[in-house]
Design a protein around this ligand. Structure first.
Ligand SMILES: *Cc1c(COP(=O)(O)O)cnc(C)c1O
Length: 419
């Protein structure tokens, strides 16, 4: 006699469920449709590229090899065999997932080791890991300031900073990009506890914040300064803060393991008091699953590599400078790189898109950055060099820009719009 079918069978036996036409309530259907149409019409509809290869200096998409010119894997470490084998070994020993928040059962010795190494890198007393840089910013800012407090934020700060500020409920004062007079004016009127937060290298303009001056201002007004080193860590030495000799003068240094370090994760390097407070109060730490062991092992190895091979950062930066000078010689409005980001200003989104498509036909992947990532009218190609690009790659890229430069006749102005 065959056993009765059990209700569990449908869970354990793979079966293909035909896709159902979505039954959304009419009001939602029209909302989503209308929003999508508007994005398409404004040239702002995004598509997601699927790479069929590892994110090296070249990648494969639909069987075609393209030079990758828009990755934050600045040092080429995401595909480094040493990181890959460290991740494999950690997976074999600890598994691929951590299974829970650090506060439950998700913590491994690798978490503590990496926190210690990052604290050393940044010259801080302690360090706290988060699942990503995004989560680090959101959780830290929201834990530190509350309604009644004030947070000062540079107009071009990363979205994760903006979201942290909004979530905190504190009064947000957005000061014009790098404008110290405006920041001081806001400080003189600020209520409650005051946090100043800024990117060190700005992700879309590739320029840097006036950190020494912000340190002085923060000291003068008793404000807490938090600096996001996502694009500087591992590219400008250990970060812009240490490069400027400001270690110990910036109480909160945030960074990510997802860019130059080739892996994944965010962190806050700060005093033990502050990190311990965040362990208790940062909700994106508390309620988020711990980073998986292979990722931690890869980051630990990345820290060894950047210590042993400083030439990687130097090369990524030198190639960015070479690309910038080449573009300027062609009469294009590139912004000077301080790390490995070369923004090429295009103005209207359509121009950025047509330049990106022309490059794509030449075998170069350089995606257009459009609003809302950047202010309206300042669409651009955000070109990123990698230590693993060859000289021939850069020469070829510049040849292609020389052929397409007439696409960009209208000279645009750099970012100057509200967030
Ligand atoms: C990328 C980025 C982040 C977020 O880091 P992830 O690890 O990618 O989540 C935060 N701040 C800045 C300035 C960034 O560019």
């Amino acid at each position: 006699m065959s056993p009765q079918p059990s209700p569990l069978d449908s869970l354990t036996q793979p079966q293909s469920i035909p896709a159902q036409p979505s039954a959304l309530p009419q009001v939602w259907q029209s909302f989503l449709h209308g929003q999508s149409q508007a994005l398409v019409q404004a040239g702002l509809w995004r598509t997601i590229e699927t790479l069929d290869s590892a994110p090296g200096p070249t990648v494969t998409i639909d069987g075609r090899e393209l030079i990758l010119l828009c990755s934050n894997n600045y040092l080429g470490l995401a595909t480094d065999p040493r990181l890959v084998s460290a991740a494999q070994a950690a997976a074999a020993r600890y598994g691929v997932g951590s299974g829970a928040s650090r506060l439950l059962s998700g913590s491994t010795p690798l978490h503590g080791q990496l926190e210690q190494r990052l604290a050393q890198l940044k010259g801080s007393e302690d360090c706290l890991l988060f699942g990503s840089g995004y989560l680090a910013n959101v959780g830290t800012i929201a834990a530190l300031v509350q309604p009644g407090d004030t947070v000062l934020s540079d107009r071009l700060n990363h979205a994760s900073i903006i979201d942290g500020c909004r979530l905190s409920g504190a009064q947000i004062v957005v000061f014009p990009h790098g404008d110290l007079a405006a920041a001081e004016q806001a400080l003189s009127q600020a209520r409650g506890k005051v946090l100043i937060v800024t990117d060190s290298v700005f992700s879309m303009d590739g320029d840097v914040a006036p950190l020494a001056e912000l340190v002085t201002l923060a000291d003068r007004y008793g404000a807490l300064l938090m600096v996001d080193e996502a694009h500087a860590t591992g590219v400008i030495g250990h970060g812009l803060v240490p490069s400027l000799g400001l270690s110990g003068r910036v109480p909160i240094v945030m960074g990510t393991c997802s860019k130059a370090l080739g892996s994944l994760g965010g962190f806050v390097a700060a005093s033990r008091l502050l990190c311990d407070y965040l362990r208790q109060r940062a909700r994106t730490f508390f309620f988020d699953t711990a980073l998986p062991p292979p990722v931690l092992a890869a980051t630990l190895t990345a820290l060894d590599v950047i210590a042993k091979e400083p030439e990687r950062a130097i090369r990524a930066q030198a190639l960015a400078t070479r690309l910038y000078h080449g573009l300027v010689q062609l009469g294009l409005s590139a912004l000077p790189p301080r790390a490995a980001i070369v923004p090429l200003m295009c103005g209207p989104a359509e121009l950025a898109l047509s330049l990106a498509s022309a490059l794509r036909r030449d075998g170069i992947l350089a995606l257009a950055v459009r609003p809302p990532t950047v202010p309206p009218g300042t669409a651009r190609l955000r070109l990123c060099t990698m230590a693993t690009h060859t000289d021939a790659h850069i020469a070829y890229i510049l040849d292609c820009f020389a052929r397409h430069k007439d696409l960009l006749r209208r000279p645009p102005t750099p970012s100057a719009q509200p967030q």
